[in-house]
Design a protein around this ligand. Structure first.
Ligand code: HSE
Length: 313
């Protein structure tokens, strides 16, 4: 659809908040995701004409582009274009806390921020339901497992249908205490995905079907099953050579009984601990076994997902 005239939105201003996410959770490749209480927060205002001002503070400051190629701006433009609208002038201020390139859904968060900003700026002009939001975000991200929990919060199961991506949100058992361990180096999702084989043995597929089904039960109802439920044969072993320290630490954590997995495409580690004391044990183990510096982030599960609020002009 070609972009048409922009309705008079000048002066509209919204505030958007988007959580970090951890995708895959072990066996649930491209399907399961968890929203975590660490946020990027943005303010976006519509300006006259085609002016564009982008200011990034915190994570990414001095590194990400400040023009129309900025991912949040691209996501706003994509959402407007899908409704036949051209991009208006914008002022965008981002205060980012989600680490980049670490497997914590920073690109999904930027995309969701843009979709939610567009939804807020177009309030009363265009309507977006949950499926619309997920479809718009997945079109840019390529797979729905980070953008679904970023949009809706909690634990999400995402799947793709001929009509578009769909999701089911579940509330995580309050005994689950996530711990994220973040190394200093980054990992490219594109590189990680290029290490995946085209096909896998049928027995490995069956292995992951059983663990994924069990993982949903473990996260919602039976945290004591999390170690068995976080086993995986579909992606982590294929990617291990690209993040050897992540692989080594996950093996050490699991051998000590902690349900540790690669967070998303890595290189961060997610431990789905069952209580705060288990988190502390896992931190101590990583501090003693790691050869490089790892940051420990004990994070609550975010149950709300992305929010957008109108600000006075
Ligand atoms: N499911 C995705 C992957 C998550 O592992 O490649 C990272 O974007």
């Amino acid at each position: 659809m070609s972009a048409g005239p922009v309705p008079d939105l000048v002066g509209r201003r919204v505030q958007v908040k988007v959580p970090a996410t951890s995708a895959n959770l072990g066996p649930g490749f491209d399907t399961l995701g968890l929203a975590l209480a660490l946020y990027d927060e943005l303010e976006i205002e519509v300006l006259e004409g085609d002016a564009l001002e982008v200011d990034v503070r915190g994570v990414g400051e001095g590194e990400v582009p400040l023009d129309a190629s900025h991912l949040v701006v691209r996501s706003i433009a994509h959402t407007f274009a899908r409704r036949g609208l051209g991009l208006p002038g914008l002022r965008l201020v981002a205060r980012n806390a989600i680490p980049h390139g670490r497997g914590l859904g920073s690109s999904g968060a930027a995309i969701v921020a843009g979709v939610m900003a567009a939804k807020g700026l177009l309030e009363g002009v265009e309507a977006f339901d949950a499926d619309d939001l997920l479809e718009l975000a997945t079109e840019l991200e390529g797979h729905p497992d980070n953008v679904a929990p970023a949009l809706f919060g909690g634990l999400t199961i995402a799947w793709v249908t001929p009509e578009g991506p769909r999701h089911k949100k579940l509330i995580v058992h309050r005994g689950v205490s996530p711990l994220v361990l973040v190394p200093e180096h980054e990992m490219s999702t594109a590189l990680a995905r290029s290490l995946q084989p085209e096909s896998v043995p049928h027995s490995d597929a069956v292995f992951n079907v059983s663990r994924s089904a069990l993982l949903v039960a473990a996260l919602v109802q039976s945290p004591e099953l999390l170690l068995a439920a976080t086993e995986d044969k579909l992606h982590q072993a294929y990617r291990a050579a690209a993040m050897p320290e992540t692989d080594r630490l996950i093996r050490a954590l699991r051998a000590a009984g902690h349900p540790a997995v690669v967070s998303g495409a890595g290189p961060s580690i997610l431990v789905l601990a069952s209580d705060p004391s288990e988190r502390a044990e896992a931190v101590r183990l990583v501090e003693s076994a790691a050869e490089t510096v790892w940051q420990s982030l004990p994070l609550a599960v975010d149950f709300k997902g992305a929010t957008v609020a109108q600000l006075d002009g």
